[in-house]
Design a protein around this ligand. Structure first.
Ligand SMILES: [Mg+2]
Length: 392
């Protein structure tokens, strides 16, 4: 059995170009789908997939670990930069899809079988609307409350918001008060039994992140995400130690060594590895094993396209430490035209159920995808009031 072709299939979904990876074999009808979406780096990732295809064509697709090692090590530069790592991830996911199809079982059966009956999904406020999630002003507490109520009406019992605005490395109390106002309004709107999460997008410095974390600590967040840069390992550890709210990070972390450093420092209680960036399902399983040794929960980052979601859910059905799946369900109105999703989802409670189709269980419609060709992603940039550059 041989790989005959590895290619990228780009689908513009407005905020992101979904980069699907197609691995074709010499067995009739046996192909695998992966995803390597990396916003604002689309051309780089597509080029990296082309570079990697030179290593893979002619190889046996069943030797996934061996091929992963080739991709990571055999072009001299290790594959731990985000562009190369994302390309490796997309290919690796497609290889696992092929493995499931060869054996006629869902991917989670390849990893020891199902450890749970369902995976709970959470949404972004606005369900995938870029404007509602990223541009609702934090001074508009009522808008946050209404969006949270709308998510509950949509069947979700867990949701994430961007209630922490961009701040300079040190600021006064205004931004912190607004963040608290938004979270208080959401909690008031949805009650104590709905899970709320706040994503800081690594905008704050460790000092400001600590202030936000302290101010929000009494609202019972499921987790507080990226309260400072992931590179600020000691800062994250300081915030995590100072609050009862579990601190989450990891969506921009690549490689076992970086995850180990964060785990050892006590920098997180929730690991948000991104399966499409951190090295695919092969590396995700290793990161998860390491997280298990610290009893750190898994909540993989997943605002991308439908193949990423299918991979995250298959991973979740196999991982005891997996607590919840991020989802974006209404980013583009034609999502259902391009993909036949794999996992049935209960409309009330938004619980994903296992499927019994082989591999990831997903089917993509390439003719429909071709209707949405590459376009540059809509820019999202942050400048502080004085004109200096901030983090989005
Ligand atoms: Mg995030």
């Amino acid at each position: 059995m041989k790989i005959t072709e590895v290619s990228a299939v780009v689908c513009n979904a407005r905020m992101r170009n979904w980069i699907f990876v197609k691995v074709v074999t010499d067995q009739p009808g046996l192909i695998g789908w992966g995803e390597a979406t990396l916003e604002w780096h689309t051309n780089g990732v597509v080029g990296a997939i082309k570079d990697l295809s030179e290593l893979l064509v002619g190889e046996d697709p069943r030797r996934i670990e061996h091929l992963w090692q080739m991709m990571y090590r055999q072009h001299f530069w290790h594959g731990n930069g985000v562009v190369r790592s994302t390309a490796i991830s997309g290919i690796d996911i497609a290889l696992w899809d092929i493995a499931g199809k060869i054996h006629g079982v869902p991917c989670h059966q390849l990893w020891g079988g199902r450890v749970r009956d369902y995976v709970k999904m959470y949404c972004h406020l606005g369900g995938g609307s870029m404007e509602k999630f990223y541009q609702t002003p934090v001074s508009d507490y009522r808008a946050f409350a209404e969006l949270a109520s709308a998510a509950v009406a949509d069947g979700f019992t867990a949701m994430k918001s961007m209630a922490v605005p961009a701040t300079m490395p040190v600021e006064g109390l205004s931004a912190v008060r607004h963040a608290e106002g938004c979270v208080a309004a959401m909690r008031e709107a949805v009650g104590p039994d709905v899970d709320l999460m706040v994503d800081c997008h690594a905008r704050p410095s460790p000092a400001m992140g600590l202030r936000f974390a302290k101010a929000l600590d009494d609202y019972g967040l499921l987790f507080l995400e990226e309260p400072c840069w992931p590179e600020a390992v000691e800062g994250l550890a300081r915030i995590n130690a100072a609050t009862t709210t579990p601190i989450a990070t990891g969506e921009r972390v690549i490689g076992l060594q970086q995850f180990r450093a964060l785990f050892e420092a006590g920098a997180m209680d929730v690991c948000q590895l991104d399966i499409t960036h951190a090295g695919g399902l092969t590396e995700a399983r290793k990161i998860a094993a390491m997280a298990d040794s610290y009893r750190i929960a898994l909540a993989p980052h997943n605002p991308q396209g439908p193949v990423s979601t299918a991979a995250s859910l298959e991973f979740g059905f196999s991982q005891p430490g997996y607590i919840i799946c991020e989802s974006v369900h209404s980013d583009v109105p034609w999502r259902a035209d391009i993909v036949q999703e794999s996992h049935p989802i209960d409309p009330v409670g938004r619980l994903a159920r296992p499927h019994d189709r082989p591999g990831l269980g997903i089917e993509l419609n390439e003719a429909e995808i071709a209707k949405h060709p590459y376009q540059p992603e809509v820019l999202q940039r942050v400048f502080y009031p004085d004109g200096a550059v901030g983090d989005w």
